[in-house]
Each structure stands twice: as C-alpha cells, then as structure tokens.
Design a protein around this ligand. Structure first.
Ligand SMILES: [Fe+2]
Ligand SMILES: [Fe+2]
Length: 167
C-alpha cells in the first residue's frame, strides 16, 4: 500500500497509520530477538537481547494502550522498512563465519532496528502532542527512552569490547 494513499487524509489518519506501522514493527522485533540472542556468542550481548525482548513486549502493550486511548482497534499494517532490516540481518549474519565478527554484525543490525524505532517514536510523540493526545505522549516517551538506552548500551558494548575482538 502506498503511504499517501487516499485512506490518509488528515494528520490523525497519518498518526493512526504510523501507530499501526510501529505496532507491526514491534511484534516483528519481538519475534526476531530470540534468534538474535541465540546467535550472539558474547554473554553480555546475549543478555542484552533478552532484556530488550522483555522491553519490546512492554512496547507492544504500551501501543495497545495508545490505540485504546484514541479509540482505535490495535492492529498492524505491513512495514516494509522493518522487514527489510530484519531480512538484511538474516542475510548478513548467515554469511558471517567467525563468531566475534558475528557479534559485531548483530550489534550493527540491532542498532539499525533501534534507530528505526527512535525515528518512529519521535514522530509519533510530536504528532500526539499536536493532536492533543496528552495521555498518549508519556507512554510513547517511555518507550522512546528505552530504545535510546538500548542503543547507547549497544554502542558501549561495541566500542569497549566487541569491535576490538572482531578486528
Ligand atoms: Fe521497541
Ligand atoms: Fe527496540
């Protein structure tokens, strides 16, 4: 479906569409993270993926709450962007031979996911604010903060240990 199809007429329509997009993305991420945790060889990285899986389940629940607050049914809409990031992760990690390099590849992939989420939540917060959905803003902000913290944690792991180990 084209993003700017005739179904989307107002900022509110766009907000709902983007909410569905990120709802689909979070569910997809929740399915991808166990496999990423399995593939990771570094214990800290493995643990990080498991922790973020638990947070991701909360993100799904929070989005359901947001849908409820605006009187919409919680449902997803295909998000080719997250599908692409996850497909690329599978392809690249499937091609990596050395386990240390695999960990570096997994971190890079996970950070692409986090940045996608950060972009989406940043936009949703701005639109919720504009549309007067005051109760939705703190829920979306809470998730955004967790995505940012995860991204920073991944950067620290990469820069302090795992990149050097892979080199
Ligand atoms: Fe998330
Ligand atoms: Fe995330």
């Amino acid at each position: 479906m084209a993003l700017f199809s005739k179904d989307i007429k107002t900022l509110n329509d766009l907000f709902v569409h983007t909410l569905r997009d990120v709802y689909y993305a979070e569910n997809k991420i929740a399915r991808a993270l166990p496999e990423m945790a399995d593939k990771a060889t570094d214990a800290q990285l493995k643990d990080g993926f498991q922790t973020h899986l638990r947070q991701t389940r909360d993100h799904v629940t929070r989005l359901e709450r947001v849908f409820q607050l605006i009187g919409e049914k919680a449902k997803g809409v295909d998000c080719p962007a997250i599908d692409g990031i996850i497909d690329e992760t599978d392809e690249v990690t499937g091609d990596v031979d050395k386990k240390e390099v695999l960990d570096a590849a997994l971190i890079a992939a996970a950070q692409a996911v986090e940045h996608y989420e950060m972009a989406r939540y940043g936009t949703l917060i701005a639109w919720a604010d504009e549309l007067g959905y005051r109760d939705c803003v703190p829920l979306l902000k809470q998730t955004l903060e967790e995505e940012k913290a995860t991204d920073q944690k991944l950067t620290r792991m990469a820069e302090q240990t795992l990149n050097q180990r892979a080199a």
